[in-house]
Design a protein around this ligand. Structure first.
Ligand code: ADP
Ligand code: MG
Length: 693
């Protein structure tokens, strides 16, 4: 391709792109004109038809038309204008305005015919639209519908959609200069349209393009790009894997002495699944290249012990281990478990926390550098520059759901000693079907702990409206007085953590007042590390009956005696998150219960989702149902699910494609290796984009 290809020019050569706008564009990863072509619409606005008010659902962005039944100004926390609109489907919807003029109120008087566009939300009493775009319809102003979908792009503050539309149109003028990434034979085999055709369709859908298909992401143009993006990811991960095989790792064989002593000290035996996975890990660690293994195991399947056993193998061979976790609470908890297990073996366990006192931290860092600490547990703080290991042999990453391949690589680099890299073990409870793992984690090997320890009873899940709060509180009182322990999870979904914590504090006050015979504790994200630790410790040692918590306890927390969990506003959380939270109970041998409280009325979808949890305790099953309920047209997007960041593909939604992707990738590797780099370059973001993940 010649260097005067206009698509490769800097984006600031486009008309109207000054320094300020360049800055906005670079925030979106847009530097060259060509990047605009691959900045794909997040969704489409459908202004091609008017929806009956009775047919709209929460989350949709739609046009509706109706007559004003009532319009008034209210003073709640804020002054606002509320307007009730109904159409001949017999349903009413609320329009809510926080900023409005007197003229607006006058114009929206009873009987006025209005057409509006906006996102449907669930209000207190009915569906509503906050600040809709609207127009008043009179005989003289018949409004025309557009005949094509309007793309909505991912954007950033200060950058308008219409600017993105304009710049993209400029880029499309040069699309004939774009290099086709797939060889013709592959395109024909998989019946894919050309790249240029696909991009034009997505950026500027013609009136003939199927609105339905575009909105559901199953238009052939989208399919072509999904295919290409998945192949690009697969190839890039394969490349990492290949590279990992060529570098050196430390061969950790161990004699199982320490592991056997640990196992002998436990009051139970390992499950078969735990034993199998431990064996797989051991085999990996004996290789001359670094292990990269992902262990998936549902909540409560006993991943921590698997980690402990891997750690002992490394320690036995004379190496240190780092265990990285996402939260301080989890770090504290693992610190306690490992101390309990390893101290009798005379192995020093160190907790490294950003919030430790200077002197303690300095001691810890010194012990790590001298090799006296055998296992070091902490959050990201583990990999700050001040921390150097004497001989790091194994890095374990626990419950880092959104931990990307680039972060894993960066950590591996940090652990490099001489020309040797440490082994890596990643543990997650996120259910990942095998085909999906083979693509999403193609750089790693994959094990599943597909068995729970025996004696576990399924958690009995009940769905209740929050009007039953009093009865629930009475029930807590009864069971806790018999020795059980419970969690009360506050789930206020707010931007601000401060509000979440305030909500938890108010709930604490309420429950303390209503449960005078019980000890009630509190843990939330704004407490200091010491306070959090104290709260968790008191709960674990059964000195509090009830622990009020925010979702900070979502991952990893293990208090086997806790057998009751109440989750407020369960309808607002994702199924995966609810399943994780619920996994905090059912860890002992007592029968456990989870009460999911909701704010009525429950939409049909919300109802189905909560039902799914009620009916299953299996993470795989729940994620399958989740996908089915949301359907392929999911507007909220599952793109953030899993570890990889996609522009258009969605690993869950596009699962059926994955086997074909692997097959096509093989063909490219064998027959068209020169296509690998261009594909990867085009689709995979560079390191910088991963820093915030
Ligand atoms: P997760 O897989 O969710 O990380 P944990 O490792 O926290 O699960 O284990 C959950 C609980 O089960 C812990 O209290 C742990 O001690 C216990 N446990 C682990 N393995 C077994 C086993 N084989 N039999 C009985 N209990 C076990
Ligand atoms: Mg765990």
């Amino acid at each position: 391709m010649s260097s005067d290809n206009p698509l490769l020019k800097n984006i600031n050569t486009l008309k109207g792109v000054g320094p300020k706008m360049s800055e906005h564009l670079s925030k979106l990863g847009l530097y060259q004109i060509q990047d605009l072509l691959f900045h794909l619409p997040l969704r489409y606005q459908d202004r091609t038809r008017i929806y009956a008010i009775s047919s709209v659902e929460q989350g949709q962005e739609v046009l509706i038309e109706g007559t004003v039944d009532h319009c008034s100004i209210l003073f709640k926390q804020r002054r606002m204008m509320i307007c009730q609109l109904s159409d001949n489907s017999g349903t009413t919807i609320t329009l809510r305005f926080f900023h409005f003029s007197n003229a607006q109120q006058k114009n929206l008087s009873k009987g006025t015919l209005v057409r509006c566009f906006g996102e449907i939300r669930q209000g207190h009493h009915s569906l509503e639209i906050v600040h809709p775009e609207y127009k008043i319809i009179t005989e003289h102003s018949p409004l025309e519908l557009t005949d094509r979908l309007t793309p909505t792009y991912p954007s950033t503050k200060g950058l308008q959609q219409k600017t993105l539309h304009r710049l993209t149109a400029e880029a499309i003028k040069h699309i004939e200069q774009l290099e086709e990434t797939f060889p013709d034979s592959l395109r024909q085999k998989y019946k894919l349209m050309t790249l240029a055709e696909a991009l034009i369709t997505l950026h500027q859908p013609t009136p003939e393009s199927s609105v339905e298909q575009l909105l559901n992401t199953n238009h052939p143009a989208q399919q072509r790009l999904i295919f290409e993006e998945l192949i690009a990811h697969h190839l890039s991960l394969r490349k990492f894997r290949e590279y990992s095989r060529q570098i050196k790792g430390v061969q950790l064989s161990g004699n199982d002495n320490l592991t056997n002593r640990l196992l002998a000290s436990l009051p139970f035996t390992l499950t078969h699944a735990q034993q199998r996975v431990i064996k797989e890990i051991k085999q990996d660690m004996q290789q001359s290249y670094p292990m990269g293994r992902l262990v998936q195991g549902d909540v409560g399947s006993g991943k921590t012990l698997v980690a402990a056993s891997a750690a002992l193998t490394a320690i036995e061979t004379g190496y240190q281990v780092a265990l990285m976790v996402p939260t301080e609470i989890l770090a504290e908890q693992h610190f306690k478990s490992f101390t309990e297990w390893f101290e009798p073996l005379k192995l020093r366990v160190t907790l490294l926390s950003g919030k430790q006192k200077v002197a303690l931290r300095r001691d810890n860092i010194e012990n790590i550098a001298l090799g006296l600490s055998k296992i070091v547990i902490g959050t990201h703080a583990l990999f700050q520059d001040a921390v150097t290991f004497q001989k790091l042999g194994l890095l374990i990453i626990d419950e880092q759901h959104r931990f990307g391949v680039h972060q894993r690589l960066a950590l591996r680099e940090k652990g490099k000693q001489g020309d040797c890299y440490p082994h890596q073990l990643v543990m997650t409870a996120t259910p990942i079907p095998r085909t999906l793992a083979m693509t999403a984690y193609a750089d790693m090997d994959y094990s599943v702990i597909d068995e729970l320890p025996s004696g576990r009873k399924p958690i009995n899940t009940v769905v209740l409206p929050n009007t039953r709060r009093e009865a629930i509180i009475e029930r807590i009182n009864a069971v806790c007085l018999q020795g059980a322990q419970a969690y009360w999870v506050c789930t206020l979904i707010e931007e601000s953590e401060a509000l979440q914590c305030q909500d938890a504090e108010e709930t604490l006050a309420l429950l303390t007042k209503n449960l005078p015979e019980l000890q009630v504790g509190l843990v939330h994200g704004r407490m200091s590390a010491v306070e959090k630790d104290a709260a968790m410790h008191t709960f674990k040692s059964a000195n509090t009956h009830l622990l009020v918590a925010t979702t900070v306890i979502e991952v990893g927390v293990d208090v086997p005696n806790a057998s009751l969990m109440i989750i407020e506003n369960a309808e607002r959380l994702g199924l995966a998150q609810l399943h994780q939270l619920r996994g905090r109970v059912g860890r002992g041998t007592a029968s456990s219960h989870c009460l999911l409280m909701y704010q009525a009325p429950l939409s049909e979808i919300a109802h189905k989702r909560l039902d799914a949890l009620r009916n299953s305790n299996d993470g795989f099953e729940i994620s399958r149902i989740d996908l089915e309920i949301r359907g392929p047209g999911d507007v909220f997007g599952t793109r953030q699910t899993g570890e990889l960041q996609f522009r258009i593909a969605d690993l869950l939604r596009d699962q059926e494609l994955l086997l074909t992707i692997q097959e096509a990738a093989e063909v490219i590797i064998k027959k068209y290796p020169e296509k690998i780099e261009p594909l990867i370059d085009r689709w995979i973001r560079t390191d910088e984009d991963y820093v915030h993940a």
